[in-house]
Design a protein around this ligand. Sequence first.
Ligand SMILES: C[S@@+](CC[C@H](N)C(=O)[O-])C[C@H]1O[C@@H](n2cnc3c(N)ncnc32)[C@H](O)[C@@H]1O
Length: 296
Amino acid sequence: MDDQHEHGTHSGGRGAAPGPAAEDSRNARPTSAFHTDNITDSMTDRLVGALDAQAASAGVRRLREWAHAGLAVRPGERALDIGSGTGSETRALAEAVGRSGEATGVEPNPGLRTVAGQRAAATDSTARFVHGDASALPVDDAAVDVVWCERVFQHLSEPDRAAAEIARVLRPGGRVALLDTDWATTILYPGEAEVVAVLTGGALAAAANPHAGRKLMGQLAATGLEIDDLGSQALIQDPRKVSWPLIRALAEKAVQEELITGRQRDRLYADLTAAAERSALHMSVTMFGVIAHRPG
Ligand SMILES: C[S@@+](CC[C@H](N)C(=O)[O-])C[C@H]1O[C@@H](n2cnc3c(N)ncnc32)[C@H](O)[C@@H]1O
């Protein structure tokens, strides 16, 4: 099967994706660093490992449960998972819509698409995966009943375009769950205030749209969708399991850029290690969610 286009076991149905708009999507300008074919196996392995770890975290599981309950997907519906990653939520949607429905993951990263297709096949899921970009979905107007889009907007340089695409593909009465992180909610404790500020600033600078979480509701409302519910969950690292690779990467970069000294970095590591041993370390970032529907 062509890796650029679809994976999974189910390719029939009423054409939630790809439709005539598919050609537009393939010609679309990349809108995030994820949208590239230069992905190596080790990069894919690292991404899959990170996504699996996030999926296992209590905060992500709770926010997903809330969002699935809010969408209340029914058998026979057509569902779209934008930026489907490893396909975990596409498979959940496929189970909800059943064999009479259709669940499609749209994913620009070919490595993730392959993994998602393999996992769907291994679990006998009808979820299918296609190449595409959130800013030009390969789906006809009003073609789907339900959209899921989780932790994708933070990667987009033009999230308003993606919100407009969600509104375009939903049928009147169709529902969306839009979930994302807001990196300005990052808490790292303990640590010297100046050093923590540099590191959290580094986390903000690393995302194309770091304040994604706080903008979701307004972006959907601006497209004419009606907001039904709002939710949030802090993703809190278990201090007993923290190896803080992100903190280390941000701290090393900050030293290289002479934003903090090597001594400040070493003191931070010592403070965090000592706090973790007393279960007193706190690292968290908050995710927000919006459930909305297209009126009519
Ligand atoms: C943090 S991962 C989240 C994956 C999945 N939604 C989840 O929650 O597990 C971000 C996902 O967005 C995808 N992505 C990035 N830019 C995208 C774009 N322009 N259009 C669609 N998906 C995109 C990435 O390839 C990746 O799968």
